[in-house]
Design a protein around this ligand. Sequence first.
Ligand SMILES: [Zn+2]
Length: 259
Amino acid sequence: MNKVPDHAVNRLRIWRKSISTRPFLARGGAVPRCEACQLRHAWCACEWRPELKAEAGFCLLMYDSEPMKPSNTGRLIADVLPDTTWAFLWQRTKPHPELLALLADPAWQPYVVFPACEKEPTRLTTEVTLAPGKKPLFILLDGTWPEARKMFNMSPYLDGFPVLAVKPEALSTYGMRVANCDEHLCTAEVAACVLEVAGELEAGQALQLWFNLFSSRYMAGRVSRAPGEDETPLLQALEAIKGEGGELAEVGLRGSDAA
Ligand SMILES: [Zn+2]
């Protein structure tokens, strides 16, 4: 049994489950899964989960049951950047006091990540320009596309912040996107793009790789296909990140796989 990473999205999921009056019946919800990565046990990817530190912060506003969906990809952001990811259930009129405190914290410079702002086009930007001493805080609206739009339009506490529109086609340099999210990018992919815009290339790449592995195994789980050889380059790239970041001591112990 893999240890469930202690981060904002997992804490929110556990809490959200605890207040549910009915069992949660998401698509794929009845399948037994690894609690930590939410993949079927045979496809568990926990050993490849990269964990990094970044200057950038993420604030996830999650729509209702989103934290409980096994397919949710906002969780993957917290998997990779547990120290600087926050997650709240979206509330229109009563936002969580900790959310308001985070948005008001002078250490952060918040951006709402959203593709358009018809009401106030002057808020739109495609660049992250930080005031001295500030770190970027990216607010992500995690839900289906209509839910995200609702959150964007009905959250007065977000109205004062610039709106960062990412253009994935101009940004994606990884060349191994797994297309499974209609015409819109998944939350984790948006976050990977945003990290790239913010100059955090290593964290962006780690997140994109982790997303690619998760989504390929999630799909494989749905059709009961075994993890295939096609994911070998993914696993190697994730291994390399693990080797570089903070776990150098382990490299020696792992012995030489001479690859
Ligand atoms: Zn797992």
